[in-house]
Design a protein. Structure first.
Length: 490
């Protein structure tokens, strides 16, 4: 069957299902909205329920002879220059775990950038892998981490030649991109596969002014969230495979271990539709988004107290290799307030939700969906924020330690510490104890504390002062951080 990117196999199958008035005596129990609460239908619309059908025995027949999903995945692989593509309705949090399980095994080593998302750490816990942490490239003056260098991965392989492969996150939620070509060369020289967590890079294949796409850079497996920078629905993710180092059947099997047996066809349809949209119009859409981003960046830079981080801030020796301008990362430290307080003010006064916020920054994530109207609303809100800066001063200060003091010793495997008998103790008494939980400021979701790390005073002080300033810790047993979960002493 030839490749025709005007097709959208999943959307077309949904249309056929509706047109023939298929009657299912199967899940879902709402039976195409007939049984749904009228109040839910009023809010959600009937289209949501009409598109909510079984994947097999509904969208396709019971043996999936129509190959609806298979054809959609083949089209996606062709679109992004991969050999194989797999759809997931459980987000990239599932996809990255499947990739890790396909590359390594319980008790084996895997090189992992320490700026990895919490879903990667969850994968380490679930599969009992021993991480070899590869240090990010720290910008101590801006208090931000960029992806590790190719040299850092090479040194880690020199020290741990038995490691099964490597994982790098690129781009980061702040738009900083790694030297993926260099890291892939290091891995492949040793016959090791490279996983790229490119959750924030779904748009990268569709414009040459964006950082290099992982498949083009030589990665073996790439994980992408369609819902982040694409037009898909929340939880829509794909993972791509190329080369001979990973058996596609093994990768599919690992995904099957974790995936739901009741995938949401609406999410599949969103992925399928986005691929068609990008193949037909992606270059123009991304070109307009980049031009809009450039205009917005210039306009924000003119606002008192605001500085937009760009390639000149994030790229260079010892920093990131490349930069995506669509995350508009704004340093607000000159306003004398925190990103937490600024984010709350923007939501309360302008009904604008920013993507990221930390002790000194907020970030407005632009996509191809933004236009002059959304741009002007954002700019008006930011100008108003600057005008009201005096009202936001005296925010509690976050005590951010230097990079060397942020890193703690990994005493136990994450899995061993997580499942060990644990105790909940006052945070003031936790210095020197071994963490039994992840503690992750969210967003962006990069853990500060991992199970198995020996807790230190600078890190605990950073987190405690962060919570006092407005930091959100969703995975800590005690989100207020009055107590910490630690491995119980014998």
């Amino acid at each position: 069957m030839g490749t025709n990117h005007a097709e959208a196999p999943i959307l077309e199958a949904l249309a056929r299902y509706r047109n023939v008035d298929e009657l299912g005596f199967t899940p879902p129990g709402h039976k195409r909205a007939r049984g749904a609460d009228p109040r839910a239908r009023e809010v959600l619309g009937d289209a949501v329920f009409f598109g909510d059908v079984l994947a097999s025995g509904g969208l396709d027949d019971r043996l999936t002879r129509g190959q609806v999903l298979e054809r959609a995945e083949e089209l996606m692989a062709d679109a992004v220059h991969a050999d194989h593509t797999f759809f997931s309705t459980c987000g990239s949090s599932l996809s990255v775990k499947a990739a890790m399980l396909a590359v390594t095994s319980p008790g084996h080593r895997l090189l992992v950038g320490r700026d990895a998302h919490k879903s990667v750490v969850a994968g380490l816990i679930l599969c009992g892998v021993q991480p070899v942490w590869v240090e990010p490239q720290w910008d101590a003056s801006r208090h931000i981490a960029h992806p590790p260098s190719a040299t850092a991965y090479e040194k880690a392989f020199d020290e741990y030649p038995d490691a099964d492969g490597a994982l790098v996150t690129s781009p980061t939620p702040y738009g900083a991109a790694a030297d993926l070509t260099g890291i892939a060369e290091v891995c492949h020289r040793l016959g090791k596969p490279l996983i790229v967590d490119e959750a924030w890079g779904a748009h990268l294949p569709f414009h040459d002014e964006l950082p290099t796409w992982a498949m083009d850079a030589g990665a073996d497996i790439c994980v992408t969230s369609i819902h982040k920078m694409g037009s898909g629905l929340e939880q829509g993710s794909v993972f791509h495979l190329q080369g001979e180092l990973i058996d596609p059947a093994e990768l599919a099997s690992r995904a099957d271990l974790l995936d739901t047996t009741s995938p949401n066809v609406l999410i599949y349809a969103g992925i399928d539709a986005w691929r068609r949209q990008m193949m037909q119009h992606g270059h123009d859409l991304m070109g307009r988004a980049l031009k809009l981003a450039a205009r917005i960046r210039t306009a924000i830079e003119a606002v008192d107290g605001l500085h937009v981080n760009g390639a000149e801030d994030f790229c260079g020796p010892g920093l990131a290799a490349d930069f995506d301008p669509l995350p508009v990362v704004i340093d607000i430290s000159e306003l004398g307030t925190s990103g937490y307080r600024a984010a709350d003010w923007l939501r309360a006064h302008h009904h604008i939700d920013v993507h990221l916020f930390d002790h000194r920054r907020i970030s407005a994530q632009l996509t191809h969906a933004d236009d002059e109207e959304t741009a002007e609303r954002l700019l008006a809100a930011l100008r108003d924020l600057s005008d009201h800066a005096d009202e936001l001063k005296d925010a509690p200060q976050v005590v951010v330690p230097p990079p060397a003091e942020l890193r703690m010793d990994q005493v136990d495997l994450p899995r061993d510490a997580y499942f060990a008998r644990h105790a909940k103790i006052p945070t003031a008494e936790a210095v020197g104890r071994i963490a039994a939980e992840m503690i992750t400021p969210y967003p962006p979701g990069i853990p500060v504390v991992l199970p198995g790390e020996r807790l230190t005073e600078p890190v605990l002080k950073y987190l405690v002062t962060g919570v006092e300033s407005g930091m959100f810790l969703p995975d800590a047993a005690d989100g207020s951080l009055h107590t910490v979960r630690v491995v119980a002493e014998s």
